[in-house]
Design a protein around this ligand. Structure first.
Ligand code: ZN
Length: 709
C-alpha cells in the first residue's frame, strides 16, 4: 500500500497523539459559537413586536448569539447621534434595549447590526460628501429602488466618523458583545465618482481596487478597536461572501477578520445545490479554522421573491447541512417580527428541528482541521479581473472542476493563491489550478517548489499565461514545471462549429473508460502548445457543424497535444490545454468530466482521505474533530440539484466507507448523527470500514478515538 504525502505528515512531523476532548477549550467565545439567530427587524416592528416570544424562540433553538438591529439609517433605540433617524414607530420605546435585555436574561449573546451603506435623501444637502456619485456626479440610489435611500461612500467621514459615533453610543448604553456591518464591504468593488474617489482614479483600475482594500482594512480595524473599547473580547465583523467569485481580496481581509460572515442566504434561479458548501470551502481557505458564519434565509430566496414567506423546509435544511459540513456556523435568518412571529410561522419548525438536532451533537462539530489530500487553488485575481473567451465568467472553470470532484467523491479544500507557503501545501498530494490565468512570478515559484518537494498538479487552459496584473506573458509562467510551451493564440469554435476533439494517441490512465472510440469531446477553447514527449491525446481542430454536407474535416490528425501527462520523480503533472472545467459545466458532456476524473485519480494514485462507495451524488467533507474524526455526506441526489428549491429529500441507499486513521489512532465508537444510532465497524491496522445504510438529506459519521499512548 502506497503512503501518501498526507499520511506521511500525519505519521511523522505532527505525530498523532489524540485530540483534546474539547477542541474549543481556551478559545475566545466567538470561536466556540455553533448557532446564531436573527429576526431582522423592520421600522414598523417596534410598534407591536412581542419581545418575549422572540427571545423564547431563540432560546428554544439553542442559539449562542442573536443579531439585533442598531442600524445607522434607522435607529431602533432613542439615539442622540445627528442624522440617525429614529424609527417612526419607536415612540417612547427603547426597542433595542428591551431585546438586548431579553436575550441576555436567557444567556444569549448580542451582536449589534449596523447598515453603514445607506442614508436618506434629506441628508444629501447637509452632508453631500457622504454619498456615492455616478459619473455625472449624481447620488446613487439603492438598487432596490427604496424611495429616498442613497448609497454612502466608504472613503468619506460617514464611515470614519458617523458610524463610529453610533457604535460608541451603543457601547455606552447596552450590554453588547460585538458589532456587525451589513452591506459592507461590497462583494464587488463599487463604481463611485465622488470627490474622494475621483482623486484615486477609475473604479475598475487595479489602483482603485488596491486602495479600496486598504481603506476596507483601515475601517475594519477602526471598528474592531471601537468594539474592544466595550470589552476586550468584543469584536467587529463585516459582511463577506461572494464565494469563488468574490471581488474582494479575501486573503487580506481574512488576515484582519476575527469572524467571516458569508451573506450567502440561499439559491437563486439555476444554481447548483452546493452554494453553501462551496462558500464554506472558500471561507476556510482564508480563515483556517477561525469563525465563519453562513446566513440561511428562512424566507424565500430566488425570483420572484417573497421575503416574508417561508422557503421550502428541505431547501433550508440542505443549506444548513452544507453550512455545518463545511465547518461553518449556522446563522438562521427571518425578516420582520410581525410576519415571522405572526403571519407565517412555518420557518420556526424548520429551525427547531435542525438547530435542536445540531445542538445535541455539538462536540462533533468542533473541527480541528480538514483531512483532504487535494486542493483547488483559488485564483482570486483571475476571478475578479480576467474575462474568459466565450460566454460566462471565470467562475465556470472552477464550477466544472468542482463538479468532477463532487461526482468522484473526493474530499478537497481550497487554498488561496496568496497562501501557497510550503507549510500550507505540504499536506496535499495534489493541487488543481483551474485556469488560474493571472499568476505572479512569486506564485509560480511557490508551485515549482511544491512540485520539487514531490507534489502533483493538474492545470488547465490559460493558467499562468498572465502576470498578477493581467499582463500577457509570452509563455506559461509554469511552462517548465508542466513541460509545455505556448504555440499560438488561444482558439475557440466560432459560429456554428464543432468544438475541438481530443484524439487518443496512446493508452494511458487519462484515457480510461474511453473505449470503442478514437476520440472524445474536447473543450470549447484551447491554447495551442508544444510539449515534450509523445502526447496522450492530440487536437482535432474545430470544423463546421452545419450543413451536414460539409460537417467533416480534412485535419483528422494533428501533432498538437490535447492532454499532457508526465511524471517527475514522485510528482505527477497534468496539463489540459482546453477550458475543460467551463466546457464540462456548460455542456454536461461526460467526456470532459471523465478526463478530469481520470486526471484526478492518476495524480492522486487513486487515494483519497476517505473512500465512500455507493450510488448517488454526494459531496463529502472529512474533519479531525475534538472527539476524533467526522465524515460528512451531503446527499445531492435530487431532481432540484441544479435549480432550487429542494422540496423533498430523495434518500440514497447503502454507502460503504473506508477511512484510513492515522497511525496509533484506535476507533472505539462510530455514531451516525443524523440517524442518531451507533454503527458497527471493523478496524484492521489503520483501515476503518463501516456501512451507512441510508442517507436522507445528510449524514455525519462521528468516529471517536481512544488514543493509544
Ligand atoms: Zn466615493
Amino acid at each position: 500500500m502506497e503512503t501518501t504525502r498526507r499520511e506521511l505528515i500525519l505519521m511523522t512531523g505532527a505525530a498523532w497523539l489524540g485530540s483534546p476532548l474539547r477542541a474549543d477549550e481556551g478559545k475566545p467565545w466567538h470561536q466556540r459559537l455553533r448557532r446564531v439567530g436573527q429576526v431582522n427587524f423592520n421600522e414598523r416592528d417596534p410598534a407591536e413586536a412581542d419581545v418575549e416570544a422572540w427571545a423564547n424562540y431563540w432560546a428554544e433553538v439553542k442559539v449562542d448569539a442573536v443579531l439585533l438591529n442598531v442600524t445607522g439609517m434607522l435607529a431602533f433605540y432613542p439615539t442622540e447621534v445627528p442624522f440617525h433617524r429614529r424609527s417612526k414607530y419607536l415612540g417612547d420605546r427603547d426597542f433595542f434595549g428591551e431585546c438586548c435585555a431579553a436575550a441576555k436574561k436567557r444567556g444569549i449573546r448580542v451582536i449589534g447590526r449596523l447598515s453603514p451603506d445607506l442614508q436618506w435623501e434629506e441628508v444629501i444637502p447637509q452632508r453631500p460628501e457622504w454619498f456615492m456619485r455616478d459619473r455625472e456626479g449624481k447620488p446613487v440610489p439603492v438598487f432596490s429602488r427604496a424611495p429616498g435611500l442613497y448609497q454612502t461612500c466608504m472613503f468619506t467621514s460617514y464611515f470614519s466618523e458617523f458610524t463610529p459615533a453610533v457604535m460608541r453610543e451603543i457601547n455606552a448604553r447596552y450590554d453588547v458583545d460585538g458589532l456587525y456591518a451589513n452591506g459592507w464591504p461590497n462583494f464587488n468593488v463599487p463604481r463611485c465618482y465622488c470627490d474622494a474617489c475621483r482623486r484615486i482614479g477609475e473604479p475598475d483600475s487595479f489602483e482603485y481596487h488596491r486602495r479600496y482594500m486598504d481603506r476596507a482594512i483601515e475601517i475594519w480595524q477602526l471598528y474592531d478597536r471601537i468594539a474592544i473599547e466595550k470589552r476586550p473580547d468584543n469584536l467587529f465583523f463585516g459582511n463577506l461572501g461572494g464565494g469563488v467569485r468574490s471581488g474582494l481580496d479575501l486573503h487580506r481581509l481574512g488576515a484582519v477578520a476575527a469572524w467571516f460572515n458569508a451573506d450567502n442566504q440561499g439559491r437563486t434561479g439555476a444554481s447548483p445545490q452546493w452554494g453553501a458548501a462551496q462558500q464554506g470551502r472558500v471561507a476556510q481557505a482564508v480563515m483556517q479554522g477561525r469563525t465563519i458564519t453562513n446566513v440561511t434565509a428562512a424566507w424565500s430566496t430566488g425570483s420572484p421573491m417573497w421575503r416574508n414567506a417561508t422557503k421550502a423546509p428541505a431547501e433550508a435544511e440542505t443549506w444548513m447541512a452544507q453550512t455545518v459540513a463545511s465547518g461553518m456556523v449556522i446563522w438562521y435568518h427571518w425578516l420582520g417580527a410581525q410576519t415571522g412571529l405572526g403571519e407565517d410561522r412555518r420557518w420556526q419548525d424548520t429551525g427547531r428541528r435542525f438547530l435542536q438536532w445540531h445542538a445535541r451533537h455539538d462536540r462533533h462539530f468542533a473541527n480541528q482541521r480538514s483531512i483532504a489530500n487535494v486542493a483547488i487553488v483559488l485564483g482570486q485575481r483571475t476571478q475578479t479581473f480576467y474575462t474568459p473567451p466565450g460566454e460566462g465568467d471565470a467562475g465556470e472553470e472552477v464550477q466544472g472542476v468542482y463538479y468532477a470532484l463532487v461526482e468522484n467523491r473526493i474530499p478537497f479544500d481550497f487554498v488561496h493563491e496568496d497562501n501557497l507557503e510550503p507549510e500550507v501545501l505540504r499536506k496535499y498530494d495534489a493541487l488543481i489550478l483551474p485556469n488560474v490565468a493571472y499568476f505572479s512570478d512569486a506564485q509560480c515559484r511557490r508551485i515549482a517548489d511544491y512540485v520539487e518537494a514531490g507534489g502533483s498538479l493538474i492545470a488547465t487552459f490559460e493558467t499562468s499565461l498572465y502576470d498578477e496584473r493581467g499582463r500577457a506573458r509570452g509563455d506559461f509562467g509554469l511552462g517548465q514545471v508542466l513541460g509545455i510551451r505556448r504555440a499560438g493564440e488561444r482558439q475557440g469554435s466560432r459560429g456554428f462549429q464543432n468544438s475541438f476533439y481530443a484524439r487518443i494517441e496512446r493508452r494511458h490512465a487519462l484515457t480510461e473508460g474511453f473505449e470503442h472510440t478514437n476520440w472524445i469531446a474536447g473543450a470549447e477553447w484551447r491554447v495551442p502548445i508544444h510539449a515534450e514527449g509523445e502526447p496522450v491525446m492530440t487536437v482535432v481542430p474545430p470544423y463546421p457543424a452545419y450543413p451536414t454536407e460539409i460537417t467533416y474535416t480534412e485535419s483528422m490528425r494533428t501533432s498538437e497535444p490535447a492532454a499532457v501527462a508526465r511524471e517527475r520523480g514522485p510528482s505527477r503533472l497534468v496539463y489540459l490545454p482546453g477550458d475543460i472545467g467551463r466546457t464540462y459545466w456548460r455542456a454536461g458532456h461526460p467526456d470532459p468530466g471523465g478526463l478530469l476524473a481520470n486526471a484526478l485519480r492518476w495524480v492522486l494514485r487513486g487515494r483519497t482521505a476517505v473512500e465512500v462507495r455507493g450510488d448517488g451524488l454526494l459531496e463529502m467533507f472529512a474533519w479531525e474533530t475534538g472527539p476524533g474524526f467526522a465524515i460528512h455526506l451531503l446527499n445531492y441526489n435530487n431532481p432540484n440539484f441544479h435549480r432550487g428549491s429542494v422540496r423533498r429529500h430523495s434518500p440514497i441507499g447503502a454507502q460503504s466507507v473506508r477511512f484510513l486513521a492515522p497511525e496509533g489512532a484506535k476507533i472505539r465508537k462510530i455514531t451516525l448523527l443524523r440517524a442518531e444510532m451507533p454503527v458497527r465497524f471493523r478496524q484492521q491496522g489503520r483501515a476503518v470500514e463501516f456501512t451507512i445504510p441510508r442517507t436522507e438529506d445528510y449524514e455525519v459519521a462521528a468516529l471517536e478515538t481512544s488514543a493509544a499512548r
